[in-house]
Design a protein around this ligand. Structure first.
Ligand code: NAI
Ligand code: 15L
Length: 266
């Protein structure tokens, strides 16, 4: 069991479900976001801080033996926004981890948008080239590179999880392949914090979907076996919407609509 688990981005979609779902993993859970956290339970601590604030992040990370780093800009945005949260923020997090009196094991919420410009006809594994589909995707590639460097130089272990689409249910035809259920995400997080040697793996964060573009054989040593399958939602999605035309960006590229988006100017 972890002594103190930090969850960043704790008021976000995944932060809220992790606040409950990861309760059994740690004696104390430190929850952080820019604002909006209330009602700490007995096993919880609340720390409001902007990831772009280096000194605040040092204080945030100190004493934590596990970090689930969900905080940050989670969709395409202007460079200024992406840079503060996902570039400076990730640098601040790793520097804080390096300086901390306890070396934390980290889960970095990377994204399928780090490889979004691969076609849906390709099957990727941990060795596939990155092909980011926007500034947001580039920032996730940066985060993975930071994780790798801090592992090689300082031995800080990180699981870089290229999350597909982690929502209660898939929302469209593309997500039948990219969906990861909350339960499968919790099971993955549990394996990451219990496996004796983690290293710095790239993991594709998807359930055991019948339609799949990603191969996690390289991380079989984690013993993570996702149980859910997006396929059970196919009929529902077919009833709600037509499948996209075969040449539509959402049917061609793994990153879907993000691939068709332009650069967001400030
Ligand atoms: P979200 O946008 O709901 O939550 C992100 C949280 O980070 C927000 O509560 C926001 O206030 C906080 N945040 C943003 N900038 C910050 C800053 N400068 N300082 C402190 N906090 C800041 O995103 P969601 O869906 O919960 O995703 C969590 C993480 O997982 C994100 O890093 C996202 O990129 C990644 N991810 C999520 C996927 C999903 O399907 N939900 C798919 C792929 C990646
Ligand atoms: C992501 O990286 C986003 O954070 C999430 O909101 C979804 O858009 C997801 O990717 C996706 O590709 O479905």
């Amino acid at each position: 069991m972890l002594k103190k688990l930090l969850i960043t981005g704790a008021t976000g979609n995944l932060g809220v479900v992790c606040r409950e779902g990861l309760k059994p993993l740690a004696e104390t859970i430190r929850l952080s976001d820019r604002s909006g956290l209330t009602d700490a339970a007995e096993h919880e601590e609340i720390v409001h801080c902007d990831l772009g604030d280096k000194h605040a992040v040092e204080a945030l990370v100190e004493g934590c033996d596990g970090i689930v780093h969900l905080g940050g800009q989670s969709v395409e945005a202007t460079w200024e926004t992406v840079r503060n949260a996902n570039i400076d923020g990730v640098f601040n997090l790793y520097e804080a981890a390096r300086k901390s009196s306890v070396t934390p094991r980290i889960i970095f919420a990377s994204s399928n948008h780090a490889i979004g410009f691969h076609k849906q006809t390709e099957r990727l594994d941990a060795n596939s080239l990155t092909r980011p589909d926007g500034l947001y995707g580039v920032s996730k590639v940066f985060g993975e590179a930071m994780a790798s460097m801090y592992y090689d130089k300082f031995g800080i272990e990180t699981a870089c999880v290229r999350i597909g689409s982690c929502f209660p249910e898939p929302r469209n035809h593309r997500m039948l392949a990219t969906w990861m259920s909350h339960d499968d995400f919790f099971a993955l997080i549990k394996r990451v914090f219990t496996v004796p040697r983690l290293g710095c793996p790239i993991i594709y964060g998807a359930s055991a979907n019948s339609e799949s573009w990603w191969d996690n054989r390289e991380v079989a040593y984690l013993g993570w076996e996702p149980k859910d399958n997006g396929e059970k939602f196919r009929e529902k999605i077919d009833a709600e919407m037509d499948p996209p035309p075969a040449d539509d960006v959402t049917a061609v590229y793994q990153g879907g609509a993000f691939c068709g988006d332009g650069i967001h100017e400030s």
